[in-house]
Ligand binder design. Structure first.
Ligand code: NDP
Length: 341
């Protein structure tokens, strides 16, 4: 098989201030990387776009190092092996890798996982059967711990994390209330089996949310922060659990929220309602729970108990615009870039 001459890649051109713009990214070509002993030469089939990438574009201290200006944007990928210099892999194999926003890459074979295209569509390894699905599974079951009959609320509910949170909550016998942007997304939540769906753009969102949670909220899976958090906080029951997973409403913020300092009111509520707020990064649960996740989630997907929706954009050159849209709700389902057939 003849190899392509060049690698196309998207690099970080500058650190965004506020919402990223097209000029914060640059598309480049580079010579094809050359694998050494133990490596695989990979062709990217699918690139996953995820909200955490906004944090990597910034130099602010976080749980992971930032992408350097001029470096390839990081990201999970599903790739085809073009050339193998590692035992146990052959050209044509499909693997889960972390190759970033580029058409070709070299990976140490110890850092990839082989995928079985017959078991599930390969791109699900970036969504429902991958990091976002695992985030929902681990955060909900290890921190949220929903009990039968309890009410679980989640926002960004049509995304890969939120949709899995709501459906796993249902499997565990809880009531699932989903929050999403717009009527079309809310209609989709009904198809997924959520008991109620609320549009956070609605002018009476707060009242509607309260009406949808007549017995209060026992688990709030925090994906967004902002006005959704403000609306949920007064509804939290005594001993409610809040897995703090993501705060996408703040990722592009350049200044603190306006208005009075609400920390005293928040801490009082945590105290008087005996609330548990626990932040987490999914990787802390991988060692103990990933195997169980793969077994449970694959079964639920096969049985149709967990459904998933993908938003697939064709062409690596559209990754910057698709990513900018992800941060303000333009995606509808797990956002993937299809890089090659
Ligand atoms: P999504 O595909 O759901 O995309 C993000 C969604 O957030 C948007 O589509 C939009 O949906 C919603 N959103 C954006 N701004 C706001 C806002 N101001 N108020 C309310 N909703 C908003 O993302 P994922 O499912 O991949 O991720 C969900 C969350 O989980 C993110 O915060 C992410 O950072 C976090 N995460 C955390 C991990 C961890 O280890 N802690 C791992 C993986 C993800 P809509 O139009 O419906 O409002």
């Amino acid at each position: 098989m003849s190899l392509p001459a060049e690698n196309m890649r998207v690099v970080l051109a500058s650190r965004p201030v506020g919402e990223p713009t097209a000029s914060d990214f640059r598309i480049e070509t580079a010579p094809l990387p050359v694998p050494k002993e133990g490596d695989l030469l990979l062709e990217t089939l699918y690139l996953s776009l995820d909200p955490y990438m906004r944090g990597r574009m910034s130099a602010a201290e976080s749980y992971a190092d930032p992408v350097e200006v001029g470096a390839v944007m990081v990201g999970g990928t599903v790739c085809r092996v073009l050339e193998s210099k590692a035992q146990g892999f052959a050209a044509g194999d499909v693997v889960l890798s972390f190759s970033g926003w580029q058409t070709h890459s070299v990976a140490d074979a110890r850092h990839v996982r082989r995928l079985d295209p017959k078991a599930a569509p390969v791109q699900t390894a970036l969504g429902v059967l991958g990091m976002p699905g695992f985030t929902a599974y681990a955060g909900l079951l290890q921190i949220g711990r929903p009990k039968h009959g309890e009410t679980v609320v989640v926002a960004a509910a049509t995304g890969p994390v939120g949709s899995a949170v709501g459906q796993i909550a249902k499997i565990k016998g809880a009531r699932a209330v989903g929050i999403a942007g717009g009527p079309e997304k809310c209609a989709h939540l009904a198809e997924l089996g959520f008991d109620a769906a609320l549009d956070h753009h609605a002018p009476d969102f707060e009242e509607r949310l309260a009406a949808a949670c007549p017995a209060g909220v026992d688990v709030y899976f925090e994906n967004v922060g902002g006005k959704v958090w403000d609306a949920v906080l007064p509804l939290l029951n005594t001993y409610a659990r809040v897995p703090v997973c993501g705060l996408v409403a703040y990722y592009n913020a350049t200044a603190p929220a306006e208005g009075p300092d609400r920390t005293p009111a928040l801490l009082s509520r945590i105290l008087t309602k005996s609330l548990t707020l626990r932040g987490f990064i999914q990787s802390e649960f991988v060692k103990d729970h990933y195997v169980h996740f793969l077994a449970d989630m694959s079964g639920w997907v096969r049985e149709g108990r967990v459904k998933y929706r993908e938003d697939v954009v064709d062409g690596l050159e559209y990754a910057p615009s698709a990513f900018i849209g992800l941060l303000n709700g333009q995606n509808f389902g797990k956002l993937l870039i299809k890089v090659a057939e």
